[in-house]
Design a protein around this ligand. Structure first.
Ligand SMILES: Cc1cc2nc3c(=O)[nH]c(=O)nc-3n(C[C@H](O)[C@H](O)[C@H](O)COP(=O)(O)OP(=O)(O)OC[C@H]3O[C@@H](n4cnc5c(N)ncnc54)[C@H](O)[C@@H]3O)c2cc1C
Ligand SMILES: Cc1cc2nc3c(=O)[nH]c(=O)nc-3n(C[C@H](O)[C@H](O)[C@H](O)COP(=O)(O)O)c2cc1C
Length: 477
């Protein structure tokens, strides 16, 4: 027995294929580390650009504004807060949390933190380095004044958990910090934030003294993002006969003929007549060159059997030719950005195809076909969503590889994470080629299963390095 183990071990050690594979992974990991360093440098350039704005050369008191955002809402509020403070003459440094270091904190007496919680009580993906390298350490923040705005949703068990974590850390470091938690972008709580930022601006202006007169404060600056009227042009049932929830493709055209700008990966937000208070987000499946804004909407059913409010209205309520106000939302963490120059591994299920389709279309428009789509649905007979289109792109070389996982194909149940495990060598090769991974669709089951499979195939450190360097992006809900 012992002998056979030794032989197996020796086999493993000397096998040229294994050696080449291991060397490849080591090389890929080293390249990734170099990439993390490059991204950090690029981040510094981006931060400098973000802060090199008119008005920021003011000599007024300095305020640090930090954000951590998964789907862009916290980033939007941070940008608005920073803009208002600059307008009233303060020196503002606006930073994504991955660009923050202790020197920034030491160099400021006042800071604003706008942070969301994602997953199950988790920090946004781009906060990984901060969570691992800054939160476990100490900083002397005595005398520092902070305001934390935590975005969350009470439907989740760990409401505003990441905001709470930041607040606890700041207080433990001696900072005088105040926390405000927002449930589902509640307008009244956001108004409170606006008042607090106004109070901070007045205090800073007071500190500047009368020798340095500063511009007047604009009281009502935290406006709801601008929406545009769209007309529903077409709606198609994409999975007739499916045992799962109906999935519809909806095409919207701009009512005034002028589309707002968006990039692949962005979101569209809308409020429906039955619930004007709470907007819902949908991934945009089309690109601007298509001339219309496309959504893929799954008709959802609640636990009590009643239809979901927004998806019900979109799938069966709104009529062709009817108008609706839509807000296009920048989704920085799921855009292509620098990754436009890399091969892509696109992984998703169900309505998650929407976010992946927009990237495929953007790449085809840019003349690139080095993308691998791994897509999961129920049955090949009823749920081959956009099947002909995908096959055609594959034949034309506009998709390099297409794998579909069917969870109800006779007795077999295959999920996208199973494809990743079965194609482990292929996945490693794509990562060695410099690919970026985009995941879109359900968090439960798919998002978590894919994350576990990636860690199994690539290793924890590699997945962390991919996250930090922006080569692992998620739009899971
Ligand atoms: C980033 C992102 C991208 C998404 N992309 C897509 C996509 O491309 N396609 C797709 O089909 N779905 C997508 N979704 C899901 C979509 O936003 C909706 O959640 C889904 O359509 C179900 O909404 P519903 O109104 O039909 O269901 P409902 O059960 O009526 O509502 C769903 C959620 O809305 C909130 N809500 C409803 N009523 C209230 C209330 N009275 N008070 C407070 N909160 C309330 C709750 O959080 C509830 O869980 C995405 C979600 C996110 C976060
Ligand atoms: C997949 C997903 C998971 C979420 N998990 C939590 C959570 O665990 N706790 C919480 O309070 N809010 C949670 N939320 C709600 C978000 O924090 C909230 O929608 C916030 O406004 C998003 O801000 P952002 O766009 O800046 O990321 C979650 C939202 C999504 C889409």
């Amino acid at each position: 027995m012992e002998g056979s183990i030794r032989i197996m071990t020796l086999d493993w050690v000397v096998s040229p294929a294994r050696l080449a594979g291991a060397a490849g992974l080591v090389f890929a990991y080293a390249a990734l580390c170099a990439r993390v360093a490059w991204v950090a440098r690029q981040k510094r350039i981006d931060i400098a650009r973000d802060n090199d704005v008119p008005g920021n050369q003011a000599q007024g008191p300095a305020v640090l504004v930090v954000y951590a955002s998964q789907t862009g809402q916290a980033e939007g509020i941070a940008r608005e807060s920073a803009r208002m403070l600059r307008e009233c003459g303060l020196r503002v440094t606006l930073l994504p949390i991955d660009g923050l270091n202790k020197a920034h904190l030491a160099g400021h007496e006042r800071s604003l933190w706008i942070v969301s919680t994602t997953g199950e009580g988790d920090a946004p993906d781009h906060a990984l380095r901060f969570v691992q390298q800054v939160l476990p350490t100490n900083a002397d923040l005595r005398g520092h004044h902070a305001q934390v705005l935590a975005l969350g949703d009470r439907e989740y068990q760990q409401f505003c958990a990441f905001g709470e974590q930041i607040q606890q850390w700041l207080v433990a470091q001696g900072a005088n910090s105040e926390l405000l938690c927002v449930d589902n972008m509640d307008r009244a709580t956001l108004q409170t934030w606006q008042s607090r930022v106004n109070a901070l601006a007045r205090e800073c202006q007071g500190d500047a003294g009368e020798s340095q007169p500063l511009p007047a404060l604009r009281e009502d600056w935290l406006l709801a993002p601008a929406s545009r009227m769209f007309t529903l042009q077409a709606r198609r049932l994409l999975n007739p006969g499916s045992e799962g929830g109906a999935l519809y493709g909806l095409d919207w055209v701009a009512a005034n003929g002028e589309l707002p700008e968006w990039q692949s990966g962005d979101l569209v937000s809308l409020s429906v007549p039955a619930d004007p208070e709470h907007a819902r987000d949908y991934s945009i499946a089309s690109i601007m060159a298509d001339g219309y804004l496309q959504m893929l909407v799954r008709q959802s059913t609640r636990e009590d059997g009643t239809p979901g409010v927004a998806s019900g209205w979109l799938c069966t309520g709104v009529q062709i030719g009817e108008q609706c106000a839509l807000t296009v939302r920048q989704h920085s963490s799921f855009r292509l950005g620098d990754n436009a120059r890399r091969p892509l591994v696109l992984i998703g299920n169900g309505s998650g195809l929407a976010g992946l389709l927009s990237h495929i279309r953007a790449r085809i428009e840019a003349g690139r076909g080095d993308q691998w789509l791994v897509y999961g649905e129920r049955s090949p007979a009823q749920d081959a969503i956009c099947g002909e289109q995908l096959e055609q792109w594959l034949r034309a070389g506009q998709i390099e590889r297409l794998d579909r996982a069917w969870s109800r194909d006779g007795g077999r149940r295959t999920y996208v994470q199973d494809v990743l495990l079965a194609q482990a060598d292929e996945l490693r090769r794509w990562i060695e080629r410099g690919a970026t991974i985009y995941v879109c669709g359900s968090l439960q089951g798919m998002g978590q299963g894919v994350h576990a499979a990636l860690k199994q195939v690539l290793g924890d450190e590699c997945v962390q390095a991919l996250t930090q360097s922006g080569r692992y992006r998620r739009d899971v809900y």
